[in-house]
Design a protein around this ligand. Structure first.
Ligand code: ATP
Length: 512
């Protein structure tokens, strides 16, 4: 764990030092849980979005994309349930003045008991060796069974009190479990209160007439309210999907872990409209397809796991999270939800407009069911970065930091480096750059020794370095150095584009 914390700190400082992510408003000491993407960060982020968009919209002929406004009619958030129910239970510690999500405090307590179980299992596995049967051990060992019973009881009680909105009981549970504030170490807690996570603002110039509106907390509602526009104008037949990438805003109570939980973030969401009764089939279909998308990014399969929701939101009849092992543990990266006809029905009711599909084959009209896939761009960015960051010890004993990002996602695709700043080498390098820049993002760099320039490109994940030397002037060849193997090869200038294009091909990454 200590090592992972160390790694996480390194990733954060690397992100800043190399122009990936800066704290927002840094010269004013920052703004809590808000971040800016720097010159390489924005490229990586755009490439992630593009990779998703291609896999969704370009690859599936029955999925189209839209881009809806952040501001929406305030009644939308009434219909969706966000005004009444998009809140988290918060609790303050009176001594440290720190604020916590009450449910998270309890969940962290449960995680500690789970850790104890894990330790018992590890101990027993060592003791029994090959003959160890984990399932049997967990089901029969008295201590483990006792821990598990405790966990089940806590979870049940927490869920029941949250569902009944019995916040006094949540507080009582925190007291009974003797949970202390991690900062002050005291049990001096306030009451638990519900806190709505939506940011609100006023629209209109005269304050009496101004309407209270919200910054959208998810992009999905923009899709729901445009369902009919898209279906009719695109003559879409069910099943079909609408995809969207855009900003979302949540006034998170505890925003931490870098870009994992921010107050302003970006989502990539897709709503798939299906025939009622077929939604669970499509839910499985999308679960499978989304996992395949993740695996195509080159991150190891064991970094992912599926968490099926047992307790479902009021609008869902099936839900799961795709979790990723971040440096701080397995956490939600993407949610896949079978949302039934809840949203379209609610918008029908609140707007008075029909939101149905007429099936010409059966002559029936119905409100479609929806399967949603929803992933945070920033969390995907963090997942990629935290796996890609590698410190390698080289044969000569020196170390290099390399970002082993899938080439199609890398911010810069090729660096063009004249070996020296004289003898016409810079001019030749620029000539090459002027040809390649039409096809992909290149970077010209002539400063410092060539080895240092290679290291700089490794640190931002550039797949290829192209070096122009004296021989280039004679025979139009360059050396091309590959990031991961560091192998160098002499090739003709007119071969560069094809080699790089092949390496950064979306098709190759997505279909391999
Ligand atoms: P969590 O339980 O972590 O708060 P959630 O279940 O509320 O997440 P959803 O409402 O399902 O999240 O949102 C879909 C996706 O949007 C999440 O899987 C996550 O990747 C991303 N996301 C949600 N909240 C944030 C946030 N505050 N910062 C960054 N990404 C977020």
């Amino acid at each position: 764990m200590a090592n992972n914390e160390e790694l996480f700190k390194k990733i954060i400082s690397h992100s800043k030092e190399y122009g990936f992510i800066f704290p927002s408003s840094e010269i004013y000491d920052g703004l809590s849980a808000v971040y800016d993407y720097g010159q390489y960060g924005v490229e990586l982020k755009n490439n992630i979005k593009n990779y998703w968009w291609k896999a969704m919209v370009q690859f599936n002929e029955n999925i189209v994309g839209i881009d809806t406004a952040i501001f929406m009619h305030p009644t939308i958030w009434k219909a969706s349930g966000h005004v009444d129910a998009f809140s988290d239970p918060l609790i303050d510690n009176k001594d440290s003045k720190k604020r916590y999500r009450a449910d998270v405090l309890v969940e962290e307590h449960v995680a500690k008991i789970e850790d104890k179980i894990r330790k018992e299992v590890e101990k027993a596995a060592k003791r029994f060796g090959d003959a160890f049967d984990e399932q049997q051990f967990v089901g029969t060992n008295a201590r483990v069974v006792e821990y598990q019973t405790k966990i089940d009881a806590i979870n049940k009680r927490l869920n029941q009190s949250l569902e009944a909105n019995d916040l006094a009981d949540v507080k009582k549970l925190i007291e009974e479990l003797e949970i202390v504030c991690p900062v002050s170490g005291s049990r001096n807690w306030t009451e638990v209160r519900q806190f709505n996570l939506m940011f609100s603002t006023q629209m209109g110039s005269v304050s009496e007439d101004a309407n209270q509106i919200y910054l959208r907390p998810e992009t999905a509602q923009g899709i729901f309210v445009n369902y009919l526009n898209v279906q009719k104008s695109g003559r879409m037949k069910i099943p079909f999907g609408i995809a969207q990438i855009g900003k979302a805003f949540r006034n998170e109570i505890v925003a931490r872990q870098f870009i994992f939980r921010m107050r302003e973030f970006e989502q990539m969401e897709m709503q798939y409209f299906v025939k009622p009764g077929e939604e669970l089939q499509w839910f499985e279909y999308w679960k499978d397809l989304r996992l395949k998308w993740h695996y195509s990014l080159g991150l190891p399969k064991n970094k992912y796991r599926i968490h099926n929701h047992e307790k479902l939101a009021h609008y869902a009849n099936a839900a799961c999270d795709i979790e990723f092992e971040f440096p701080f543990g397995f956490k939600e990266l993407e949610g896949i939800h079978s949302r039934t006809d809840f949203d379209l029905n609610a918008h029908q009711k609140f707007s008075g407009k029909k939101l149905q599909f007429f099936d010409p084959e059966t002559n029936e009209s119905y409100v479609p069911y929806v399967v949603e896939t929803s992933i945070g761009v920033d969390r995907m960015f963090l997942a990629i970065l935290s796996y890609a960051y590698n410190e390698e010890v080289l044969e000569d004993g020196s170390t290099r930091v390399v970002l082993s990002i899938l080439p199609v996602l890398a911010p810069i695709k090729a660096a063009i480096l004249p070996l020296m700043k004289k003898d016409g080498l810079p001019e030749k390098a620029r000539e090459i750059m002027d040809v390649l820049k039409y096809d992909f993002l290149c970077q010209y760099d002539e400063k410092d020794a060539i080895g240092r320039r290679y290291r700089r490109q490794d640190a931002i994940g550039t797949p290829y370095c192209i070096t122009v030397d004296h021989q280039t002037l004679q025979d139009n060849t360059v050396t091309i150095r590959e990031r991961d193997t560091m192998k160098q090869e002499r090739i003709a200038i007119d071969k560069i584009a094809a080699i790089v294009e092949d390496k950064i091909s979306f098709k190759k990454a997505f279909t391999q």
